[in-house]
Design a protein around this ligand. Sequence first.
Ligand code: TYD
Length: 197
Amino acid sequence: MRKGAFIVFEGIDGSGKSSCMDEVASALLRERIKVIKTSEPTKGEIGAILRTSGNRTPEAEALLFTADRAVHTCEIVKWVESGKTVLCDRYYASTIAYQSASLNGRSADADWLTAINDEVIIEPDMTLLFDIDPELSMGRVESRGRRSRFERPEYLREVRNNYLRIAKLRNFKVIDASRPKEEVLEDVLRRVREITG
Ligand code: TYD
């Protein structure tokens, strides 16, 4: 059986990656491509811990996100090997970008984050980075009426810069997410089809 593909959607909160991923999934399903939508933090047991607000350091948080990913990666490998196209909302770049940004005045080391993640990941066939100015994305998040502890503009500026640095190193496709949503979708679909055919 032909192997599937693994495509990751990354970006700061409010960048539009999740709704774009839903639209891409629908478009591929219409073309009879077998799609699995998944996300991190996962709905599994470690993902559930991550959704609670505990007294954690950035390092502890990084280890939890990475542990969640280690389990998730096993599932992703199985899906891809059974011919599915896996669309994943966030993967290892989220940990490197977010946990190495200073949260509450502390940050985890980017080299360490990269090293622990490299042990548990598979390199996606494509990672799309939805790049947007946090001022703009924050407006979107606020209009949805929710704001997590990760959603402070000065923090997100650092996260954005980290993302752009990783994107260069790992060859991500940087998508200008400040454009109208239809334009972004068209751009993303064109790139996804380079892989799904
Ligand atoms: P998010 O994708 O916003 O999930 P939901 O839409 O269900 O709230 O992820 C939740 C937050 O977790 C988001 O602000 C980014 C953060 N996060 C990290 O800090 N590191 C990680 O490795 C991951 C996967 C997410």
